[in-house]
Design a protein. Structure first.
Ligand SMILES: [Ca+2]
Length: 100
C-alpha cells in the first residue's frame, strides 16, 4: 500500500477525505498523538457541527470517551478515533438514504 501520495498527483475525493480524517486527528492530538477528553470535545464540536449534536453535558462527553477508549488507557489513539469516524459516517449514511 502506497500511503505517501506524491505532491504532483491529484488525489481522488475519497483520498482527500482520508487525508482530512488524518489531519483533523493530528490537529487535535498534537505531538501527543492521542486525544484527551477536552481534545475530543473540541474536535467533535468544531469539526462535526452538522453531523453530531454539540457536546455540552460532561456526562455525554464521559460516555462517548469511554465508548471510544477501547483499551482503557484514558486517551483516544488514531485507531480509536477511526471508530468515531466510522460511527458518524454510518449514522449519516442512514440519514442520507432516508433523505433520498
Ligand atoms: Ca485508548
Amino acid at each position: 500500500m502506497a500511503c505517501h501520495p506524491q505532491e504532483s498527483v491529484a488525489l481522488t475525493a475519497l483520498e482527500q477525505a482520508l487525508v482530512s480524517i488524518m489531519r483533523v486527528f493530528h490537529t487535535y492530538s498534537g505531538c501527543r498523538g492521542r486525544l484527551r477528553k477536552a481534545d475530543l470535545k473540541a474536535l467533535v464540536n468544531r469539526e462535526l457541527p452538522q453531523f453530531v449534536q454539540e457536546i455540552r453535558d460532561p456526562n455525554t462527553l464521559e460516555r462517548l470517551f469511554r465508548d471510544l477508549d477501547a483499551d482503557g488507557d484514558k486517551s483516544i489513539d488514531f485507531q480509536e478515533y477511526t471508530t468515531l469516524v466510522a460511527m458518524v459516517t454510518a449514522a449519516c449514511h442512514t440519514s442520507f438514504l432516508q433523505g433520498q
